[in-house]
Design a protein around this ligand. Structure first.
Ligand SMILES: Nc1ncnc2c1ncn2[C@@H]1O[C@H](COP(=O)(O)OP(=O)(O)OP(=O)(O)O)[C@@H](O)[C@H]1O
Length: 503
């Protein structure tokens, strides 16, 4: 038979075996091979390790090459099966055809196209329902391609009309609006595409990006909790914190705004008065809270992505914004008042930190969504460069894990603890992954796979490019103003504005 590359040697189980390679140039780490199993037929296996060993009976320095192969299993109906009997030493090992490997792995048809499997041209397509409803995390050291990979998934989910809210602390996602011009798109069988018609950017009132935004985010300022006021007002003294709790107790049964609390605090006496009024005034001055808040259903709409761009916003305010927006989305989702969807949380270690390492007001609701969100079709995408600093419970709720290069020993340890079924070989692999390569672990695949993440269709956070694009667009707009179709297009703009609100 053509394509024979070696034979099984030593011990073999139904799950893995070693084989002697005939020609070391023909098999390399990461390749796929196939072997026959008398009980269950052909199976594909992944070459996870290769070593050269000297032949024991020869002193002339000649060597033999041994490979370790992990059996991938094969699709049988909806599940993946592994053979029930071991492979047999002496049996022949063949190169596996790409179609056969794809068939064995059984990627989801018309799924989320993440990239190519290892060095092959096999498309890795993940089940969108698993991704969204059972949560996903993207972990990697900085610069390894976290936000790039997140954007690839966002593009795919947008095309599947999923509602997305993106918490974007560094302003990295607005470039989704603009098409990429990277030639490597072709290699992945794709064309450039911007998502300007689907992506809107919201910012808090005093954001440095307020002029550029599609909408201003204002939160419900009615009946803020003592915890929220203490956090936002950065009230550290326990006596001042106690005074805030007391102020709010006095409001019991009434609805109140920050201004009402300031008026009430005027009645206080003693040296805490100035401190409390100062803290409340500071909150008032953010203009974040309003009696006419942004309707939450505007932030979560089928087929649209709303970016909450928090670049340049005080981290304490970011925390409150995330807490309040996510809480309302969860409550509305429970009542079926907004579309099912996914909340993407970049820099997640800041919003849902591991207990004992840091504190945040948003932790509680993010933990609730991680554990209960799937019941209400509300998913989470958790993105972080510091896995060791994220709440372990939240990480363990992410059924799909996408891990790019990680080297920090603490982060490696937390991945080992938090990711079920990860082997020491996979850990070694994670430390060496090139930029844009990811280990993907998902319940729909029997084995973790290495994916070469595809090129983005939309532009990746290159500010200069975006400015160029904006200039081009402005020129086009000038021309359009002189064209007779002007009125119709403006009407469309009006509808869009209505849909998203915005200032
Ligand atoms: N799949 C990919 N294909 C092509 N280029 C990629 C890919 N993934 C990452 N890159 C390149 O690597 C760079 C870093 O990726 P990215 O910005 O996603 O890193 P990051 O892990 O989010 O870093 P940071 O923590 O600094 O935000 C990108 O600017 C891009 O040039």
């Amino acid at each position: 038979m053509r394509g024979e590359v070696g034979k099984i040697v030593g011990e073999a189980t139904p799950y893995e075996f070693s084989f002697q390679i005939y020609n070391p140039l023909e098999v390399k780490k990461g390749d796929f091979v196939k072997v026959w199993n008398d009980a269950d037929g052909w199976f594909a296996a992944y070459v996870s390790e290769i070593k050269a060993v000297s032949k024991s009976d020869e002193r002339d320095g000649s060597e033999t090459y041994l490979a370790k192969a992990v059996v991938l299993g094969k699709r049988s109906g909806k599940s993946i099966i592994l053979p029930k009997t071991p492979f047999v030493p002496g049996d022949r090992v063949f190169k596996a055809e790409e179609d056969f490997v794809a068939e064995c792995l059984g990627f989801y048809e018309d799924g989320v196209y993440l990239g190519y499997l290892g060095d092959t041209k096999i498309r890795v397509t993940l089940n969108p329902n698993t991704l969204v409803q059972k949560h996903v995390c993207i972990l990697a050291k900085t610069g390894s391609g976290k936000s790039y990979t997140a954007a690839v998934i966002i593009e795919e989910l947008l095309e599947k009309d999923v509602a997305l809210l993106i918490i974007d602390p560094h302003g990295e996602y607005e470039s989704l609006k603009y098409p990429n011009d990277d030639e490597s798109l072709e290699e992945f069988g794709l064309k450039p595409k911007g998502y300007a018609d689907k992506v809107r950017m919201f910012v808090p009132p005093k954001s440095p990006l307020a002029d550029k935004a599609d909408g201003i985010l204002r939160l419900d300022g009615i009946n803020l909790s003592a915890e929220e006021i203490i956090e936002m007002g950065e009230i550290r003294k326990s006596s001042a914190q106690a005074a805030i709790y007391q102020l709010i107790r006095e409001m019991r049964g009434r609805t109140y705004t920050i201004q009402d609390l300031i008026d009430e605090a005027e009645q206080l006496s003693g040296n805490l008065k100035a401190e409390i009024i100062g803290a409340l005034t500071k909150i008032e001055e953010t203009e974040l809270f309003s009696e006419n808040p942004t309707p939450i259903d505007v932030l979560m709409q089928k087929g649209k992505a709303v970016i909450l761009n928090l670049a340049g916003v005080d981290p304490v305010h970011q925390d409150i914004i995330v807490a309040k927006v996510c809480r309302e989305i969860f409550e509305m989702r429970k009542r079926g008042e907004i579309d099912p969807g996914m909340i993407v949380v970049d820099e997640a270690h800041n919003f849902v930190p591991e207990k004992g390492i840091d504190k945040s007001v948003s932790s509680s609701i993010l933990r609730t969504i991680a554990s209960e969100g799937r019941k209400f079709a509300l998913g989470l995408m958790i993105i972080s460069q510091r896995p060791a600093r994220i709440d372990k419970n939240v990480l363990s709720q992410c059924n799909t894990q996408i891990i790019l290069r990680v080297t920090n020993p603490n982060d490696i340890n937390s991945i080992k603890r938090g990711v079920e079924g990860i082997t020491s070989e996979m850990v070694e692999e994670i430390k060496r992954l090139p930029v844009g390569h990811a280990l993907v672990i998902t319940p729909d695949l029997e084995r973790p796979v290495i994916v070469r993440v595809r090129t983005r269709k939309s532009k990746h956070k290159e500010a200069e490019e975006i400015i160029k694009f904006e200039k081009k667009k402005a020129k086009k707009e000038e021309k359009r103003k002189d064209s007779p179709k002007k009125e119709i297009k403006e009407k469309k703009g009006g509808f869009f504005k209505k849909l998203f609100g915005g200032d």
